[in-house]
Design a protein around this ligand. Sequence first.
Ligand code: PMT
Length: 226
Amino acid sequence: AGPQPLSGRKVLITAGGTVERIDPVRYITNDSSGKMGFALAEAARDFGADVTLVCARTDEKPPGGVEIVRVESALDMYEAVTGRLSAFDAIVKAAAVADYRPLSKEDKKIKKKEDKLSLELVKNPDILQAVGEWKASHPGERQPFVIGFAAETGDLEKFAMDKLRRKNSDLIVANDVSEQGAGFAVDTNVVSIYGPEGLVEHIPLSAKRTVAERIWQIAAERMTRE
Ligand code: PMT
């Protein structure tokens, strides 16, 4: 056997759903289980990489043999990811990051009073986009290979290519979350992987671990060419 595809590489993977607090006992989150991110972490570890896993809310047990950084909100994840960008050869954003958070987090539990209650939300920073902007503004430095995900319900190619360009990513893995066995909280996925040239590969219904291995094989080949 030859050398492992990711030996000597340092990779950062985000997984799980961010938690956006409303008050001490209530929050907004999403259905991400962390399974896709954990499969990517396990596959990278087994391909020889030194793995950092930035992990938001999940009920799954994280894999062994990787460094785990626990975070709660999108803002926490933003800090954890953007804090040390030049230390990584690859960054994969499999987490489902909340696009919005409550404008203010109440210190005390909100009491039941009026018939109607409205919650004001503000936009969270886009972490993937921040990574892409950092790359564009640091051309001379060691740059991470950036892989984003896209959870869509149709028009995969259009949205994936738009995200790839807007967020300056090297690959976008698009899952059609309206398909059986794809996306959130299942052990399988159906994805199409896009690069700057368009569709790179479609992976039919497969275990998330199999999908993860294929993503890393494609990434490793492109990282060597860079
Ligand atoms: O965790 P599982 O249950 O296994 O489910 C896996 C998954 C469906 C969550 C995963 O495969 C996936 O698609 N993750 C990304 C979901 C998502 O947030 O997609 P998006 O289209 O909203 O975001 C596009 C990309 O931008 C993602 O890489 C996301 O991490 C990133 N993003 C989004 C918003 C934000 N504020 N910051 C970001 O970095």
